[in-house]
Write a protein that binds this ligand. Structure first.
Ligand code: PRT
Ligand code: ZN
Length: 283
């Protein structure tokens, strides 16, 4: 049995749960519980605030966890990044009131900056030789300048809408972040095979995203041309049809290329094109 720490509620909770579901892991009803169990994988889910996840993994209260890279960096806990599931993407940026003239990083010398990520900001200022004053606040960082508390903010940005609606403009991107699966640097040898099995499942789901399965019937004299058109990852499957003048090609194609590929295939006389969605891809 392994234990995974997930965010109890908040932005990463739903996608973390969906990720487990996509990997074929079904979880008991989790509402208002600290701990729940997967029904069909030796996995226990520990629901925590995201701030506590890096430490829980470092202290081996959980074997792995899913949390934003920003939290991992801020907490500085000794954990390894095992896998990037591809959600929770954002950046941590410095922003200032939009009417202020900005002349580069030295702007922040002697300025007060509100943030929930004081360590990341202090390191950035140190690396760049900036003497800024960091005010740690827990929430609603973006309102600090408008209430006269600070001159600037250092906060998470995704669409940028929150900054705009608070009259702020992003001037420096300090780091990019996304959800990461973390584990201790040297996992318990008894747990390691299960951790690897979990990552293997997550990878196969991710690999299938953005891909489609295509089946197409092609006259035999156009097969070479059809194989040039289809940009497949590996050698495609070729199957003879009952009508011996025709063959079927089965393969996986990037979703964004599907329309282009199908139009070109039609133009050389291909027929009966089926495009199917993919659930898993295990190589
Ligand atoms: O209760 P708990 O402590 O667990 O949660 P929390 O309130 O600390 O975190 P939560 O749920 O808000 O975010 C969890 C993680 O999601 C963060 O640590 C990031 O890794 C990631 N993430 C991705 C974001 C965003 N996108 C995001 N947009 N976290 C916060 N925001 C906030 C941001 O703080 C700002 O207020 O959304 C606003 C900006 O969004 P835009 O789209 O207007 O730019
Ligand atoms: Zn938090």
């Amino acid at each position: 049995m392994i234990r995974i720490a997930l965010q109890a509620k908040g932005r990463l909770n739903e996608e973390s749960m969906n990720l487990l579901a996509d990997a074929g892991i079904s979880v008991e009803e989790s509402k208002r519980k600290l701990l729940s169990k997967a029904n069909n994988f030796p996995l226990e889910i520990l629901y925590l605030r995201d701030d506590d996840i890096p430490q829980a993994v470092a202290n081996r209260i959980a074997d792995v966890g899913i949390v934003g890279l920003n939290e991992v960096k801020e907490k500085g806990s000794p954990v390894d990044i095992l896998y990037e599931p591809g959600f929770g993407k954002c950046r941590l940026s410095l922003a200032i009131p939009k009417n202020e003239p900005y002349n580069g990083l030295q702007y922040f010398n002697g300025k007060k900056v509100a943030t929930s990520y004081p360590k990341i900001l202090a390191e950035y200022f140190r690396e760049n030789g900036i003497q800024g004053q960091i005010e740690e606040i827990a929430g609603s960082v973006e309102i600090a300048p408008s209430i006269g508390m600070t001159d600037a903010v250092f906060d998470i940005v995704s669409s940028g809408g929150t900054l705009i609606s608070n009259g702020l403009v992003e001037v420096e991107t300090v780091m990019y972040s996304q959800a990461v699966l973390i584990g201790p640097p040297a996992p318990d040898p008894e747990k390691e095979p299960l951790i690897r099995k979990l990552i293997f499942r997550l990878e196969s789901v991710k690999r299938s995203k953005g891909k489609k399965y295509i089946l197409v019937n092609v006259p035999n004299d156009k097969l070479d041309r059809a194989l040039e058109i289809i940009p497949c990852m590996k050698s495609p499957t070729l199957l003879p049809l009952a009508d011996q003048r025709w063959s079927a090609i089965h393969t996986v194609v990037d979703e964004e290329l599907i329309w282009d590929v199908t139009e070109q295939l039609k133009s050389i006389g291909a027929e009966d094109i089926l495009i199917l969605s993919l659930e898993r891809m295990i190589l």
